[in-house]
Design a protein around this ligand. Structure first.
Ligand code: ATP
Ligand code: MG
Length: 735
């Protein structure tokens, strides 16, 4: 029934739903019902305009959003809604490409490479072309190629346009990479869009087929489309030249919520919609249905500081609601305590459930301190669009190093890190060692000590394995000599080259991984400090008791499912939060340097993108908004003192309830950590030097290899025997 569908809409929303013919743009601030308009429009098309579900193509930003939209439409018009295409750009393109693969000389069963596959492929390409991985890592190359693909620049164009040596190298790698993808009948994520565009442009009959099929194209979150996606939409809509009138296009978005510039999203697509489609009409929505007035006014005051944006009049009938709470915590643990205490209060005294609450943060590693308190206090939670801290690959890798050091019998851990980072130990070599271990009935680690007896090993692998075994040996000596978990972790991450590989990479994913390793180092230091506080006997934390405690925290079986307790609290990054809404929102890490991210300091454009991210975050809240910051936040085990986020001062003071006290930074400094300082010069030793070791006592230097941070000495400690020590971390003094 038309009346029913339109009943729950305001006048401009209704206009947008019933509009027919010309392209339509719905622009409006957060929470004004843009997504709802899109959903109702689809239902209305089917119920009132006799449009078949197969004639509709709707694009959403995530698969989750697609499923939700499909469910809502099905709720309004019945199950036939299930046969329409509601999907992300990528899924829609996969479907088209599977149908038309032959035209592009792809197998219909073509493989889709994920980032890891692509990086591996570029590693091979670089080797083949003799590209120096120190100047151009495979990940850097992939990033550059991806940028080109987002702009629909193919490798031939890239090669002919390349001027600088850098551009030439990238273009060459791009060409070879595409050649190999074709050979493998594989495509990467960006190709999904690019190939579909190429297909529609090169084959008029294919284009006509889809013009005939999709009479309605609808796009949510249009502000975050990149150039390739923009052209894709244009090609799908068509110009009418092939006899099919252009499809009806309806896009909705909000330029203030554009937060994916780093992936090539271009705000011009929404700002210049009317220029791109000359007959376009625009509907502006002004009523917000999501948030209280206080939340809305606060968010608007922040976004208003961005330049060159048209003023918006957004209002709500929800009433002013509670004030925004801004909390200053001493450190990230107090911040987490504050969150848990407030959640308990909201549930016990104000009728909220766990599922009503969301915690947002700027970068993934910030979730760890919150997760730990949640686990300790039994708060059920899930991490969306990311992995729980201890399930992340880099954390598992790092812990595998620690386990392999602590327990040489732990074959699983030893083998996990055998070739991580890549050190030229292939499957064949691993099998040879394994075979030997099986025959001799010894562990894998024990077999590593008898490499010379494994005759099937090629020299190259044998050398790499010897090196690896020596690395483990060094780390074990560090452990035996009483170094704490933080020092062993730091040594493992550096001496293995693991950290170096991540730091050298230009992939933003790897930047996140580095942050997570830093966070794990925080965990080890906190543990050491706590251990000293709890143990009056003067004992210090060892690697093995640290690992024991981690396996308790990391055991996901402990986490309640929460189904019977009103759902679970949701944790996610601000980027993932786009489009969603929650009654209660905690926005954490409101510190200059964290949010806005330090990287944005030098650039007005990036600072504005951070501000849009703040706007997105704040406008997710329906009833209660808590903004928190920590005066000291640890990275690499060192407290950082960041000033409060500039975004906080942009919120009108009269709407804010400030809590927590600003402690003096002096009171917090000084951590009494026993871990080595990273930039301390490394002691130089020579053969014959006499040394005193904290644990092994007096010794004589037998040999030294490497210099500075890499220096390793073999020292004869009479009673304790010969030890090979990484000098950077060893507690030795020269006598
Ligand atoms: P965002 O910019 O964050 O994506 P949006 O503009 O897409 O927000 P919606 O998510 O569609 O906004 O709507 C926000 C909330 O307001 C939803 O809970 C929606 O159901 C509700 N809403 C929208 N329009 C109306 C209306 N006319 N009457 C009642 N509730 C409405
Ligand atoms: Mg929306």
């Amino acid at each position: 029934m038309p009346s029913q569908l339109l009943d729950d809409l305001n006048e401009p929303q209704r206009q947008a739903v019933v509009h027919s013919g010309t392209p339509l743009l719905v622009v409006a601030g957060a929470g004004s019902g843009k997504t709802r308009v899109l959903t109702c429009r689809i239902a209305y098309l089917m119920a009132e305009r006799n449009v078949a579900p197969t004639e509709i193509l709707a694009i959403t930003f995530t698969n989750k959003a697609a499923n939700e939209m499909k469910e809502r439409v099905a709720h309004m018009v019945g199950p036939k809604a299930r046969s329409m295409w509601v999907s992300t750009f990528h899924s829609a393109c996969v479907r088209i490409l599977r149908n038309e693969a032959k035209r592009l000389n792809l197998k219909p069963s073509f493989t889709i490479y994920d980032t890891q596959d692509s990086v591996r492929m570029l590693f091979l390409v670089s080797k083949d072309l003799g590209i120096d991985p120190k100047s151009y890592s495979p990940k850097y190359l992939l990033g550059q190629i991806s940028n080109l693909k987002n702009e629909l620049i193919d490798y031939e164009d890239a090669i002919s346009k390349a001027v600088t040596a850098q551009e030439q190298t990238v273009a060459q790698a791009y060409g070879e990479y595409q050649r190999r993808l074709m050979l493998a009948s594989a495509v990467d994520f960006d190709d999904l869009i690019g190939h579909t565009v190429a297909l529609l442009q090169a084959f008029p009959d294919v284009a006509e087929h889809y013009h005939r099929r999709f009479r309605h194209v609808l796009v949510d979150e249009y502000q975050d489309t990149n150039h390739a996606q923009y052209i894709l939409i244009r090609e799908l809509v068509g110009t009418g030249k092939d006899g099919m009138p252009p499809a009806e296009l309806c896009v909705v978005g909000d330029a203030d919520q554009s937060i994916y510039a780093f992936r090539g999203a271009n705000i011009r697509n929404i700002v210049e919609f009317e220029r791109d489609y000359s007959t376009a009409q625009t509907v502006v929505l002004e009523q917000n249905y999501r948030s209280t007035q206080n939340i809305l006014t606060s968010a608007n005051s922040v976004i208003e500081k961005n330049s060159g944006r048209p003023a918006k009049r957004l209002w709500t009938a929800e009433g002013s609601g509670e004030k925004i709470v801004i909390y200053t915590a001493n450190d990230e643990h107090h911040e987490a305590d504050f969150i848990v205490t407030n959640i308990a209060d909201l549930i016990d005294n104000h009728g909220y459930d766990y599922k009503d609450v969301a915690i947002f943060y700027r970068t993934n590693n910030q979730s760890r301190s919150v997760e730990e308190v949640f686990i300790r206090r039994g708060v059920p939670y899930k991490v969306v669009g990311g992995t729980r801290f201890y399930e992340r690959k880099e954390i598992k890798d790092a812990l595998a190093y620690l386990r392999a050091v602590s327990n040489p019998e732990d074959d699983v851990s030893v083998r996990r890190i055998l070739n991580t980072p890549r050190r030229g130990i292939g499957d064949k070599a691993e099998e040879a060692v394994e075979g030997f271990a099986r025959r001799e009935k010894i562990t894998f680690s024990a077999a590593l000590n008898r490499l010379s007896e494994i005759h099937t090993l090629p020299t190259r692998s044998a050398t790499a394995l010897t090196e690896f075994n020596r690395l483990l040996g060094n780390l074990r000596t560090l452990d035996e000599s009483g170094a704490g978990p933080s020092a062993i972790l730091a040594a493992a991450m550096e001496a293995s080259g693991y950290l170096k590989e991540l730091t050298a990479s230009k992939d933003p994913q790897d930047e996140v991984r580095v942050e997570n390793i830093a966070e794990l180092e925080n965990v080890t230091r906190e543990y050491e400090e706590q251990f000293v506080e709890d143990n009056e006997s003067g004992d210090v934390a060892t690697l093995s008791n640290f690992l024991e405690r981690v396996s308790l925290v990391a055991d996901s079986d402990q986490i309640p499912t929460g189904a019977e307790h009103g759902g679970v609290v949701t944790l996610m990054t601000l980027h993932t939060a786009k489009g969603l809404e929650f009654p209660v929102v905690f926005l954490t890490g409101m510190e200059d340097g964290v949010f806005p991210h330090q990287r944005a300091f030098g650039s007005a454009t990036e600072l504005e993108e951070e501000r849009r991210l703040a706007y997105v975050g704040m406008t997710r809240a329906m009833k209660r908004l808590f903004l928190s910051r920590a005066v000291a936040r640890s990275t690499w085990g060192q407290p950082n003192y960041n000033p409060e986020s500039r975004f906080l001062s942009e919120i009108p003071a009269e709407l804010v309830d400030r809590q927590g006290e600003e402690p003096s930074p002096l009171g917090l400094a000084g951590s009494g950590s026993r871990a080595p300082k990273r930039d301390e010069p490394v002691m130089a030793l020579e053969v014959g030097d006499r040394v005193l070791h904290d644990k092994f006592g007096m010794g004589t230097v037998l040999s030294v290899i490497g210099q500075n941070e890499k220096a390793e000495a073999t020292i004869d400690f009479k009673s304790a025997g010969e030890k090979r020590l990484l000098l950077r971390y060893a507690p030795v003094e020269k006598l």
